[in-house]
Structure formats: structure tokens, C-alpha cells
Design a protein around this ligand. Structure first.
Ligand code: ADP
Length: 527
């Protein structure tokens, strides 16, 4: 079932902003200004007559306009399942369909006297068109605030739309048949092709004005949404339409006749534009919401299961260092003449490793707790050198050549030494892993540089197997790994550390092969 929060994202329940209200008011006032100037006789000397292409252009534009609006509203119905939206969507479909016979019947469009029906047919179709839409608007306004049990369509969307289309098509066909075949029986509301008789006022004008007024009042009282607001504007044109058609010049193709057609087209166009605009705005909002949700999910992942994985991942490196040192220490003690000096060095390394592991664990705690990060002034070049010394064994074991190109002008930066070292260790370990999987020269280059804008950038490049284009965006996701014993936490931790330092971490292909990881914009003390 639909929850009220979902309504918020659908245009037919979105409330209008002050700007949208002002725009609607402006359109209504402009329509009224034109209305007053015509009624007050300002255009009395102007008789445009039948302008050949006007009716075909008008009708085609209207049909397309109303049809697209109907489709958009049916699409909204399929999300919301509100009966009210179904009514108004049917209203638009009704308009689009009934405009077709009206267009064929109106004199001067396809044939001088209309292609189908007689003179009364056009007026009858005009009456049905305006009454039908006004009545469906009333139905819409009355059903949109109904009790929730009656407000929503409980069947399938397909069923609802099928019924609605079938009913509308049947109604339009029946009304068309009545207007065309029953033409001789209809009251004479128009004499000849153009002149409206006084019967027109009673049989066409008054019913349309009254029904449209009723629709206007019901809509106004219950208006809430952007769609309601624009339906109010349309209903204003519906009320004015028959008045201008008859007064002051009761002839078809008078200034008033053209004016109301133009209003109708314009107001209908505005509704469609508003619908399209709002639909894309909502779409953008939705994309934003999905992104935020994904970020939130990732963040949650970072704080949940990820903590355990992170600890395991980060402590592995100092632990294996400690085991290597302990092995070495034992070997020195097992010599026929134990080398106590070397053994002591090994023990000191074990102690240092233990401290590092403790610091790493403390560091992990602060990754997840943003507030109490240890910030100190530090020299990144020193940190790079220190880190390279730390991973020296691994590099030597895999016969990797190290190139360090460090810019000595690098300013001091503020940051967490342990965390930034973790980043470097991670990037270098990944580089080593990648290079051991391929044949050929193995070169690790670490560069530091300062950009003109004061940003500091560190790059770690390797000649390993590189990163496939399909993976380049995914490697930073938590738990993404391509290694059989990988945990996929390293890069995601690196990225959160660098971002916590107001920097950016990204990867790019190296030439001729391998990958480069850069991080930059670390806060510098002197900048
Ligand atoms: P793990 O090392 O546990 O797999 P990481 O988050 O550190 O986790 O890395 C994720 C993935 O990114 C790796 O499995 C690997 O596919 C890719 N990757 C990282 N660094 C490199 C590199 N230098 N060259 C090629 N691929 C890399």
C-alpha cells in the first residue's frame, strides 16, 4: 500500500511554491486583462475572420498536448494509484479524443463546411468537450480528499487504465455519434457556419459556464497541489471561453474566439511544461536520494561489520612484522654461539611492532569517531621515507626497484601521522601485490609534489597488472577485492582517512602498465 511519504514525490500531490503561485496568478491576470479589453470593445473594429491554418494548428497542438499530459498523469496514477489522478488523467484523454471529431467537424479546417457533421455538430462537440472535462475535474477534486479506503485504486494498474481508456473511448464515440448523426435533431445554436443564435446561450454557453464555475469553486476550496493550482487556471479559461465566444461578437472566428483558443492552448501548454519540469526535478531529487542512501549504507557498512574486518586487515601488517622479528630473534639465540646483540635488536623490533599495532588499533577507532583525530604538523616526505623503510623487506623479497621523487619544497601539513602512514602502507602493499602477479620490470615510484594552488599531492605508481576500467570505480567500495585472500577494506579505509583530512584519493592507469594512486589537497600548515 502507498504510504503518505510517497505522495510527496508525486506531482499531483506536490504543493506549489510561492513562485509557482505567482506565475499562475500572472497567467490568470493576463487572461483577465485580454478578456476585459475585448469585452470593453477595445477590439470592436477588428474582425480577423477565418484564418486558414489557425484551426488545424490549434487542434493538432491541443491534441498532442492533452495526450501527453494524459500519459504523464496515467504514469503518476501507476505510482500513486489515487483514483483522483485517474479521473483527471481520463479528463485529459477525453479532451484529446473529442478534439479529433471537433477538428474534423469545424468549418474551415478540413473542408469549408467541415468534413463531418453539420453546423450544429461542432457546437455540440464543443459543449461535450467542455462539460466532460469540467465534470471530470469536479470528480477529481471531490475524490482526492476521500477517506483513504476510497482514495486508492485497489486493483491492478493495468485494469484501471484499461477501464479508463475503454470508458473514455466509448463516451467520446457515443457523443461524436450523437453530434454527427443526431445533428438534424439538435437545437439550432448556430446559423450558417459562423453566427451563434440566442439558443446557443441556453444550450451551450450557460451549461459550460455554470459547470466550469462549479469546478472552479470545488477546486479552489480543495486546492492543495501544484496540479490543482493549474487546473484552477484552466477552469478560469473554461469560464471565460463561452462568454467571449458570444459577447460582444457572437460569431465564430471573432477576436474573442481566437483569444479563448489561444488561452486554452497556452494554459494547457503551461500545465504540460510544469508537469515535465516537475517530473525531471523530482527525478533529480530521486537520484540524489538514492545516492545519499547508498552513501549512508556504505557509511553504515563502514561502522558495522567493517570495524572487525578493518582491525584484522590493519593489524596483519605489524603482526607479520613481529612474527618475522621473533623468528629472527630465535634464530640468533639458537646459533651455537647465540648472538645476543642481534637478538636484542629483534626484540626491540617486536616491541616497536607491538606499539605500532596498538597505535593502528587506536587509529582505527578514530577513523570511525571523527572528533578526536590526532592532528599534528608533519612532513609528508619524511613520512614517505619512513614508510618505505617499513616495507623494505617486502620490496626486496619481490625484487622491486623503488624510485622516490620527493619535492623538497613540500610544506608541512597537519594530519594524523599513523593514519596517513596506514594509507601509504596500504597503497604500497597493494602495489607490491599487483606487481608480483606479472612478469617484467617491477618499479614502485613514489612522488610528492606541490601544485601552484598550494595543494600537496602524493602519488604511488606501480608496474603491476593495473586496474580494469570495470573496476576503477569499485575498488574503493568496502569489501571489494579481486584477491583470493583479500578483504577489500584497504582502499575504503584509505579513502575515508584522506577524506577526513579534507583530501581526495583516486586511481588512474600508469604508462605503459600498472596503476597510480594519488592523494592530494591534504591541509597544509603554511598554506
Ligand atoms: P584488498 O587489498 O584486500 O583486495 P583493497 O581495498 O586494498 O583490498 O583493494 C581492493 C582491490 O583494488 C584489490 O583487490 C585490487 O583488485 C584493486 N587494486 C588495489 N590496488 C591496486 C593496484 N595497485 N593495482 C591493481 N589493482 C589494485
Amino acid at each position: 500500500m502507498i504510504t503518505p511519504e510517497e505522495d510527496y514525490y508525486v506531482l499531483s500531490s506536490l504543493s506549489p511554491s510561492p513562485v509557482q503561485k505567482r506565475l499562475a496568478l500572472f497567467v490568470v491576470l493576463s487572461i483577465l486583462a485580454v478578456y476585459v479589453s475585448i469585452v470593453s470593445g477595445l477590439t470592436a473594429n477588428f474582425h480577423p475572420g477565418a484564418v486558414g491554418p489557425f484551426t488545424p494548428i490549434y487542434s493538432t497542438a491541443m491534441i498532442v498536448n492533452e495526450l501527453i499530459t494524459a500519459i504523464l498523469l496515467f504514469a503518476q496514477f501507476s505510482i500513486l494509484r489515487s483514483r483522483a489522478t485517474l479521473m483527471i488523467a481520463s479528463g485529459y484523454l477525453f479532451n484529446a479524443l473529442i478534439l479529433i471529431p471537433w477538428f474534423l467537424a469545424v468549418p474551415g479546417a478540413f473542408a469549408p463546411d467541415g468534413m463531418i457533421g453539420g453546423y450544429q455538430s461542432t457546437s455540440a462537440l464543443y459543449l461535450f468537450w467542455h462539460l466532460g472535462f469540467a465534470l471530470l475535474t469536479i470528480a477529481y477534486a471531490l475524490s482526492k480528499d476521500a477517506a483513504p479506503s476510497r482514495r486508492y485504486w485497489l486493483g491492478t494498474v493495468r485494469e484501471a487504465i484499461t477501464y479508463s481508456v475503454a470508458l473514455t473511448v466509448t463516451a467520446v464515440s457515443a457523443l461524436t455519434f450523437l453530434s454527427i448523426a443526431g445533428e438534424p435533431l439538435l437545437p439550432v445554436v448556430i446559423s450558417g457556419a459562423r453566427n451563434l443564435t440566442s439558443l446557443w446561450v441556453w444550450f451551450v454557453g450557460a451549461p459550460v459556464v455554470l459547470t466550469s464555475m462549479a469546478a472552479l469553486v470545488v477546486l479552489w476550496v480543495r486546492r492543495r497541489s501544484l496540479l490543482d493550482l493549474w487546473l484552477v487556471v484552466i477552469m478560469v479559461t473554461y469560464v471565460i471561453d463561452p462568454i467571449l465566444a458570444y459577447y460582444p461578437d457572437p460569431r465564430r472566428f471573432s477576436v474573442g474566439w481566437y483569444a479563448v483558443r489561444t488561452f486554452g492552448l497556452f494554459a494547457g501548454g503551461v500545465v504540460l511544461i510544469v508537469l515535465l519540469y516537475e517530473t525531471s526535478a523530482l527525478y533529480a531529487q530521486l537520484v540524489g536520494a538514492v545516492r545519499a542512501q547508498r552513501r549512508e549504507r556504505e557509511a553504515r557498512l563502514m561502522t558495522g561489520d567493517a570495524v572487525a574486518a578493518t582491525i584484522a586487515h590493519e593489524v596483519k601488517q605489524p603482526l607479520s612484522g613481529m612474527i618475522t622479528s621473533a623468528d629472527a630473534g630465535l634464530r640468533f639465540l639458537n646459533h651455537p654461539v647465540p648472538d645476543l646483540q642481534e637478538a636484542k635488536t629483534a626484540f626491540r623490533q617486536i616491541i616497536a611492532g607491538g606499539h605500532r599495532a596498538a597505535a593502528v588499533i587506536e587509529g582505527i577507532r578514530t577513523i570511525f569517531k571523527k572528533e578526536d583525530r590526532m592532528s599534528a604538523s608533519l612532513d609528508l616526505n619524511d613520512l614517505v621515507r619512513e614508510t618505505l623503510a617499513l616495507v623494505r623487506e617486502g620490496l626486496a623479497k619481490h625484487r622491486i626497484l623503488v624510485e622516490a621523487e620527493l619535492d623538497e619544497r613540500l610544506p608541512q601539513i597537519t594530519g594524523d601521522r599513523i593514519q596517513l602512514q596506514q594509507v601509504l602502507v596500504n597503497l604500497i602493499t597493494n602495489a607490491i601485490d599487483s606487481m608480483t602477479t606479472v612478469e617484467g620490470a617491477r618499479v614502485l615510484s613514489v612522488r610528492s609534489e606541490i601544485h601552484d594552488d598550494g595543494n600537496v599531492m602524493i602519488s604511488v605508481a606501480d608496474t603491476g597488472r593495473g586496474i580494469g576500467p570495470q573496476d576503477i570505480d569499485r575498488i574503493f567500495n568496502p569489501l571489494f577485492t579481486t584477491k583470493p585472500d583479500g578483504m577489500g577494506m584497504g582502499l575504503s579505509i584509505c579513502r575515508s582517512i584522506i577524506e577526513a583530512h579534507d583530501g581526495r584519493l583516486w586511481a588512474a592507469p600508469n604508462t605503459p602498465r600498472g596503476a597510480i594512486f594519488h592523494f592530494s589537497s591534504i591541509r597544509s600548515v603554511s598554506a
